[in-house]
Design a protein around this ligand. Structure first.
Ligand code: FAD
Ligand code: UQ1
Length: 412
């Protein structure tokens, strides 16, 4: 049995960044991070690994080197949450008692939800996926040998992390094929379950234009339901007419899997909403019923776009508000829903930044809805350093301060 003042469940982007902040004010025994993995991945690099610009090793560090030294790391998994008793039971049979808990378990990849998909990915075949460290490197292998036929990219019928990534890998494929004079022989198709190409109009307009110019076919409300890797066939349903199924032959199939919060969390109806997300106040990130429980990142019910950039903007809010509650005050700091998605389009990038109202909230004082080379350089070379050196050490709360500086006090 363990007990602590602050328990952080999940040592990914949000959990680790916030634990780093707490490690500066708490003793080692007062701060427990519950995290089963040996490695911590910088997932935003997966897109570039899929496109061949980076290697898997570039995206990973040992969890022990990423977590703050001044915390107690339990290499174990949360199995049962008992918020009325302030305890969590773990896979290895321990009970952890906490005064305050931050849930940061992220979203799980549910490749298993699509019949035939796991068999296809585990073989390997012409099916690939940048979302998992297990499959991301194979994406570039499939791309390298793609000469002719159909390249198909999917977006599932579930909430996802980084909703831009399913189309970034599509643009990277198009770019690669053009560079190698193969584009004329390959038909590129993006099939999305969503009714739109992107949730923010300014960026959606730019992306539609780009798809038209590059001859990328976009089908909305189109959902992958089955993969037959032996025959190189994918089956899609029309979400508006579910009885209407189409079978398509592919030479490359890039799959973004359905995602969900871990079942150990979603089965707890006291902590989560109907969709399985930790039921928090979207401004303060505090749980609606348990005032000593907060959530950060992909597993929270706050209706922002699920990105590491959003988790970064939430760390300060969560940290300050948990501290306020510890002092007997009410949470005061408000999260504005900031999320960012560097939409890599080849060797350039459209840097989408927006808030809860799906209105652009851009850091730089120029229109970011254009493809800009400098934004790609930032994504590839600057963001990883910012993540490992600043965010993972509790020093990055998102770019709000720079945005204000660059707009010289004008605007938000
Ligand atoms: P994670 O970082 O996923 O961490 C969750 C942690 O919880 C994991 O370490 C896991 O092991 C642990 N955990 C799970 N279950 C349990 C349990 N039961 N008990 C204990 N621990 C548990 N974001 C951007 O901002 N920009 C980008 O360009 C970008 N691109 C992306 C591209 C791809 C291909 C992917 C996959 C993601 C991308 N993201 C991007 C999204 C970003 O990686 C996530 O939004 C971010 O990591 C969320 O942080 P988190 O802490 O909520 O979850
Ligand atoms: C960001 O803060 C962040 O979190 C660390 C990302 O995830 C990797 C991003 O991709 C981006 C773009 C931001 C926003 C940062 C700037 C400087 C605009």
């Amino acid at each position: 049995k363990f007990s602590c003042k602050v328990l952080v469940v999940g040592g990914g982007s949000g959990g680790c960044a916030t634990a780093a902040k707490f490690s500066k004010i708490l003793n080692k025994n007062d701060l427990i991070v519950l995290e089963p993995s040996d490695y911590h991945y910088y997932q935003p690099l997966f897109t570039l690994i899929g496109g061949g610009a980076n290697k898997l090793e570039d995206s990973r560090k040992k969890e022990k080197d990423v977590l703050p030294t001044n915390c107690t790391w339990l290499r174990d998994k949360a199995l049962e949450y008992e918020p009325e008793k302030n305890t969590v039971r773990t896979e290895k049979g321990h009970t952890i008692e906490y005064d305050y808990m931050l849930v940061a378990t992220g979203l799980e990849l549910r490749y298993d939800k699509i019949p035939g998909l796991l068999q296809a990915l585990d073989k390997p075949t012409d099916v690939c996926s940048i979302y998992s460290p297990k499959y991301v490197s194979h994406t570039y292998e499939v791309l390298k040998k793609l000469e002719t036929g159909n390249a198909i990219f999917t977006f599932p019928n579930s909430p996802v992390k980084c909703p831009g990534a399913p189309q970034k890998i599509c643009y990277l494929t198009d770019h690669y094929l053009r560079k190698h004079n193969r584009r004329g022989n390959v038909k590129v198709t993006y099939n999305t379950s969503l009714p739109v190409i992107f949730g923010v109009k300014a960026y959606a307009d730019a992306l539609w234009k780009l798809c038209n110019e590059r001859d990328i076919n976009v089908n909305v409300r189109t959902n992958l339901v089955q993969v037959n890797a032996d025959k190189n066939e994918a089956i899609f349903e029309n979400l508006d007419k579910p009885e209407e199924k189409t079978t398509v032959k592919f030479n490359m199939l890039h799959v973004t899997p359905p995602m969900a919060t871990p079942e150990s969390l979603s089965k707890n109806k006291q902590l989560t909403n109907g969709a399985g997300f930790v039921d928090v106040n979207k401004d303060t990130m505090q749980h609606l019923n348990y005032k000593n429980v907060f959530a950060i990142g992909d597993c929270s019910s706050s209706p922002n776009s699920k990105t590491a950039a959003a988790a970064a903007a939430q760390t300060k809010v969560v940290f300050e508000n948990m501290n306020a509650v510890m002092k007997g005050d009410s949470p005061r700091l408000m999260y504005d829903g900031y999320a960012s998605c560097p939409l890599v389009t080849g060797d350039k990038c459209i840097l989408a930044e927006f808030d809860y109202d799906l209105k652009p909230l851009e850091t730089f004082p120029f229109n970011q809805a254009r493809e800009i080379r400098l934004m790609y350089i930032m994504k590839k070379y600057f963001m990883p350093t910012l993540y490992w050196k600043l965010m993972m050490n509790g020093y990055w709360n998102g770019p709000a301060m720079f945005r204000k500086l660059m707009h010289l006090g004008m605007g938000k």
